[in-house]
Design a binder for this molecule. Sequence first.
Ligand SMILES: C[S@@+](CC[C@H](N)C(=O)[O-])C[C@H]1O[C@@H](n2cnc3c(N)ncnc32)[C@H](O)[C@@H]1O
Length: 274
Amino acid sequence: MKLSDIENLEIQLLLEAVYCRYGYDFRNYARASIRRRIIQFMQLVGAGSISEMIPMLIHDEVFFGQMVKEFSITVTEMFRDPAMFLALRNKVIPVLKSYPYIKVWHAGCATGEEAYSLAILMEEENLGKRTTVFATDFNDSALEKAKEGIFPLENVKKYSQNYQNTGGKYSFSNYYQANYGAMVVKSTLKETLTFANHNLVTDQVFTEAHLILCRNVLIYFNKELQEKVMQLFDDSLVHGGFLCLGAKESLLYSKHHDRFREIDAKNKIYQKIS
Ligand SMILES: C[S@@+](CC[C@H](N)C(=O)[O-])C[C@H]1O[C@@H](n2cnc3c(N)ncnc32)[C@H](O)[C@@H]1O
């Protein structure tokens, strides 16, 4: 057996052990990226091999929690890809305005910056009071940060610029308070948001949504898992509901492609038509 085959076997056994012991299923994450994460974690904890970590994972829940944190890449920002938010404002919001109540599912919200951006957008469009944004992730420590709504003040310049590029109507400073080097988001924004744990791989339909945003999450999954999650989104959207994916993600090669029409190809916005 080649060294690389042995390493593959170790990865497979480790992921199987994690699934059997904790129900977290990383078996269909994109292999190159999950391998990188496992090796990084192995170096971080000073383990001599991948298989050496298997008994540690099985017997020590804290160790497992550390590993999940390492597997979850929570890079995000407010109004990330402003052109997408501008497209939401111009092409999706006018349709959502016709509903008496709007449910948004934001899947893979990380530390919440994108969810707060959505809350701002809805408030500016006078939809804040009739919108609920369910923002979910499988990483509990990221969700805790999201609930706090406190972000580094040094990011404000970038966020403010992003906000202006989304067609923002006011000054970004309307939406936060500066407090001891941190930006604390306006508390009324939290009324629109509900943060909850949901695992896209193992959990069921979350809600009947008018809009689902899931950006920069599917890139970590293999094709099979992407299709499974796409089915979950299809089942979770009302007829005519909208789906927004990340810049590097697409419905183009999915078997669900025919069930949606493209609203904005560049910004990966689709509408369920069947
Ligand atoms: C790079 S962040 C994307 C954050 C945000 N959507 C954005 O585009 O800025 C990816 C997030 O997906 C989450 N994630 C990965 N696998 C997941 C799963 N199976 N279920 C739920 N969330 C998952 C990670 O925990 C992480 O917070």
